[in-house]
Design a protein around this ligand. Sequence first.
Ligand code: FBP
Length: 343
Amino acid sequence: MSNASWSPPDASSVGSTLETFILEGMFQRPAATGAFTSLLNQIALAAKIITTRVRRAGLADVLGYTGDENVQGERVQKLDVIANDTLIASLRRRGHCAGLATEELVDPVFFANATGGYLVVADPLDGSSNIDVNISIGTIFGILRYERSAGPPTPQSFLRAGRELAAAGYVIYGSSTVLVLTTGKGVHGFTWDPSAGEFFLSHENIRCPEKGNSYSINEGNSAYYTEGVKRWNAWLKQPDKADGRPYSHRYVGSLVADAHRTLMKGGIFAYPADKKSPRGKLRLLYEASPMAFIFEAAGGKATTGRERVLDVVPEELHQRVPLVIGSLKDVEAYERIVGEIDD
Ligand code: FBP
């Protein structure tokens, strides 16, 4: 089979590991101190450990439930605990992280030895319902600056709007493991190379296409949708060649997987408020805000249906919020159609 059009990859991009990319200030953080770089490396280290556990899950008694329930009343998967413990252990080192709040912890943990000025929020393993069936899952995280002069951090220190994030990202454990990261300016993807033990730059300057042709929502909940969401859902399925409708329906049931596809290819993901989940299902602090921060940095948009997700100030650590993210034009269409009906 002749492959005349193929040419070897440009060697110059090889060598852009996550660490060098940050150190070379590619995240446009003139004031970047070693602390931020080191903190990101600790999160990357946790992702490396989690990806090895996920990839061997079927071989090492880590599938299934622990028998416990988390603060959300959901049954806890063994890998949820492993991912949570791995993040805690990794962030406890080096002292840059003063505290960590996660989906699996009722209250945040604080690191007494910390000297650094950062707090981390995380969903250690997102898409739990897909773990046992080998479908893509992920880790979602956000980084907040914390002024130590304000005294030791408390649970309230985490209750800050997403617009205050210093950085956010996710790791998708899919056909390959990719870490997507932003500090608000430029979104970049790094693919894990197990043979080198490193994340290498693979997707530089990711931009979410202005408009897509797929939508992602749990249609099994359609009986509970508001009238506005029902109208929007029907509109997406109406043929309109000029507008590229009907859209294709894509839903994995792992936020990280559905969001990653939407970020890369465009379109829209929605987990709106409905009669069954009047505040939506996804958690503001460590799912919706980090995702909104990434989509806005990539030129996309993120709304609750009523307001910008990044402007919502959490009242509680595990507060839920409606989440609609995606291509600018597709989210604007959602806001217009749903907004006309749902007051
Ligand atoms: P966790 O698995 O971290 O609890 O996340 C919630 C989640 O699984 C998201 O990843 C996903 O988008 C959503 O719930 C799926 O919910 P549903 O099964 O109701 O469609």
